[in-house]
Design a protein around this ligand. Structure first.
Ligand code: SF4
Ligand code: SF4
Ligand code: SF4
Length: 344
């Protein structure tokens, strides 16, 4: 029986190869497995510019986010003894924390926004990708991207809890509530419920320095480029809340920025931009290619499944092998099969 099974599996492997050949043969290889067309920014895409050099680490954005989204406070067990009930000290995003401020520390930490002997703050939440992997991998369309604003939302009623989005996101954003009996996926939805009422996302609304700034992505891009082009140390009026929203600004010197505007191109582009004084990789912002993972994987899948050629070829190959094996068994008995197998 083992020999017969081995023989069948060898044949099945051959059928898979034949199926792959069948799909690859008639088309140019590059075209067959190339990525699909990348998705582009929606016309009225909204986003956030986070300027790490303006961030003072006050965590008002973390608290406001929790309040706006009905999330409980989180405290690591190590801090609970002295920290009880007074301060939200989540160390990273989780099923109960959609947004955190993390701290980079080096050496003496003498100067802010300096890589050596310095420290810096960085904000972590969903970047609302232009071509999101979380949407591509979701089998039930529980993740959706608004066609106008580009905000990526999660529908808990549609979600089946498979957690593909947790593993598919290149920024490691969606989190599962493992400690709940009926846990759900959590991620920043850019406070779309507040935006629907004409309000700002909570984190941008409360930020005292304008480090978290809301606006149209194309306007935020231009604002970021203005800051990058300005002479470090020049006094600048940094907008607060919403870009062009009319609030009094926050006057401060332009920082020593890294030249890379993070979020513009990573993983096919996002709707969040990061300006930092310390290299982004030191702040936990991952190095990613410019292309969207969703475009590559969907391009390959659509080629393989185009016209159902590959699955049908595979199915046909397996049926042929099964029929041949059963005919040999009927005509010549198991001894012949075992003999044939051991001689091969
Ligand atoms: S950052 Fe992750 S969760 Fe957010 S839109 Fe992109 S892929 Fe989805
Ligand atoms: S946009 Fe809203 S949900 Fe997202 S991080 Fe800011 S406050 Fe939290
Ligand atoms: S509210 Fe603004 S300044 Fe305070 S931690 Fe958040 S981003 Fe930084």
């Amino acid at each position: 029986m083992d020999l017969e099974r081995r023989r069948f599996l060898r044949g099945a492997a051959g059928a898979v190869t034949a199926a792959a050949a069948a799909v690859a043969a008639p088309v140019n290889e590059a075209a067959a497995f190339g990525p699909r067309e990348p998705k582009t920014l929606p016309p009225k895409a909204v986003g956030m510019l986070y300027d790490s050099t303006l961030c003072i680490g006050c965590k008002a954005c973390v608290s406001a986010c929790k309040q706006a989204n009905g999330m409980p406070a989180e405290q690591p067990a190590s801090l609970a003894a002295w920290n009880e009930g007074t301060w939200d000290a989540a160390e990273d995003i989780s099923g109960k924390t959609l947004n955190v401020i993390r701290v980079y520390q080096n050496g003496t930490m003498a100067e802010k926004d300096r890589e050596q002997d310095g420290y810096a703050f960085v904000k972590r939440h969903c970047l609302h990708c232009v071509d999101p992997s979380c949407i591509s991998v979701c089998p039930v369309s529980a993740m959706r991207k608004d066609p106008v604003t580009g905000i990526v939302t999660h529908n808990p009623d549609a979600c089946i809890g498979c957690r593909y989005c947790v593993y598919g996101c290149p920024f490691n954003v969606p989190q599962y509530q493992f400690d709940e009996p009926f846990g759900q996926i959590s991620k920043c939805q850019f406070c779309n419920h507040l935006q629907a009422e004409g309000k700002l996302p909570a984190c941008c609304d409360v930020c005292p320095t304008g480090a978290s700034l809301f606006g149209l992505v194309e306007d935020l891009q231009a604002e970021a480029e203005r800051r990058l082009a300005a002479q470090p140390g020049t006094l600048y009026e940094f907008p607060r809340g919403k870009l062009g929203g009319g609030r009094p600004g926050h006057e401060a010197p332009i920082g020593h920025y890294q030249p890379h505007l993070y979020g513009e191109k990573e993983a096919g582009g996002t709707q969040v931009r990061y300006l930092t004084g310390v290299p982004h990789e030191k702040l936990g912002l991952p190095e990613l290619p410019d292309h969207s993972y969703a475009a590559v994987s969907e391009g390959m899948q659509h080629t393989l499944y185009k016209g159902m050629i590959a699955p049908l070829a595979l199915f046909g190959g397996l049926v042929f092998l099964a029929r041949r094996s059963s005919k040999t068994y009927r005509d010549e008995g198991p001894a012949h099969i075992d003999e044939e197998d051991s001689s091969s």
